[in-house]
Design a protein around this ligand. Structure first.
Ligand SMILES: C[S@@+](CC[C@H](N)C(=O)[O-])C[C@H]1O[C@@H](n2cnc3c(N)ncnc32)[C@H](O)[C@@H]1O
Length: 247
């Protein structure tokens, strides 16, 4: 697929903008409105959750560690094009933008909810080299091989399997051969981890697709060609994982 005309491209200078074409609305996927309305869709969601200490609490104190683990793989200086698939509460994207700016590169952040892009726009400094694009991760209106690297931070566990597989296939398509894909998300904790037993019922209730990542490796949803060159690192007794794919 080549870049579609409907793709929203923002200015590369000035304050980053959450862009959309008049009359063009990306429909929020059903799983978001049905299961994640409280976290992202409700008008008060940003007000409640845009607090790094709270996201850190939800991640059992691991936000900074996981954020920095992702950054460590991407690098301190990021020239070229970087794609962040889905907004994240906290300061992850601001940090990513600084690295992109240091490298003279450009960051594109896609999200399906305008409210989340608008929140991100407020968090980024004026002049940040970032475009905020309204898109579904499973249908990226972006050109093949147009990014040097991509980051997915706690997105995949929210998605039903078919959406997850399409997201990974799209990310694989838009990252160039030789580029890097960094994924941070849940995984199956070790047998001795108390949260393996205590966290499971809560996750199953609040985040109904998250336990998929306990049952399968991320490779399970990757296109076959992406399964080589994959490196996995576990954190916090296995409850979290970072997967780095060399495209
Ligand atoms: C990355 S995830 C989880 C982040 C994590 N809970 C945190 O904030 O630290 C949350 C974001 O994913 C976005 N999102 C979910 N499904 C999406 C999809 N199919 N396409 C694009 N964005 C999506 C939501 O709108 C939300 O902004």
């Amino acid at each position: 697929m080549t870049q579609a005309q409907s793709v929203i491209a923002g200015p590369l200078t000035g304050r980053p903008t959450a862009e959309s074409r008049p009359g063009q609305h990306i429909k929020a996927p059903h799983y978001l409105t049905a299961h994640y309305w409280w976290a992202y869709v409700h008008p008060r969601a940003v007000w409640v959750f845009e607090r790094q200490w709270l996201v850190n609490l939800i991640l059992w104190g691991n936000y900074v560690r996981l954020r920095d683990a992702a950054m460590a793989d991407l690098g301190d200086v990021l020239p070229g094009t970087t794609l962040q698939v889905a907004c994240v509460y906290g300061d992850l994207t601001a940090g990513l933008t600084r690295r992109v700016a240091a490298g003279g590169g450009r960051l594109d952040v896609v999200d399906v909810l305008p409210m989340q892009l608008e929140n991100l726009r407020r968090k980024l400094p004026s002049g940040a080299p970032a475009r905020l694009l309204s898109m579904d991760s499973a249908d990226l209106r972006l050109a093949d091989a147009s990014y040097d690297r991509a980051l997915l931070f706690f997105l995949l566990h929210e998605q039903p399997a078919s959406h997850r597989a399409r997201t990974l296939s799209e990310v694989f398509r838009v990252v160039r051969p030789g580029g890097e894909i960094v994924i941070v998300d849940y995984a199956l904790p070790r047998w001795w981890h108390p949260l393996r037993y205590l966290w499971r019922p809560l996750l199953a209730t609040l985040e109904p697709f998250a336990l998929d990542l306990w049952r399968h490796e991320i490779a399970h949803w990757l296109p076959a060609a992406a399964r080589n060159g994959l490196h996995k690192q576990s954190f916090f007794g296995g409850l979290y994982q970072k997967v780095v794919i060399r495209r």
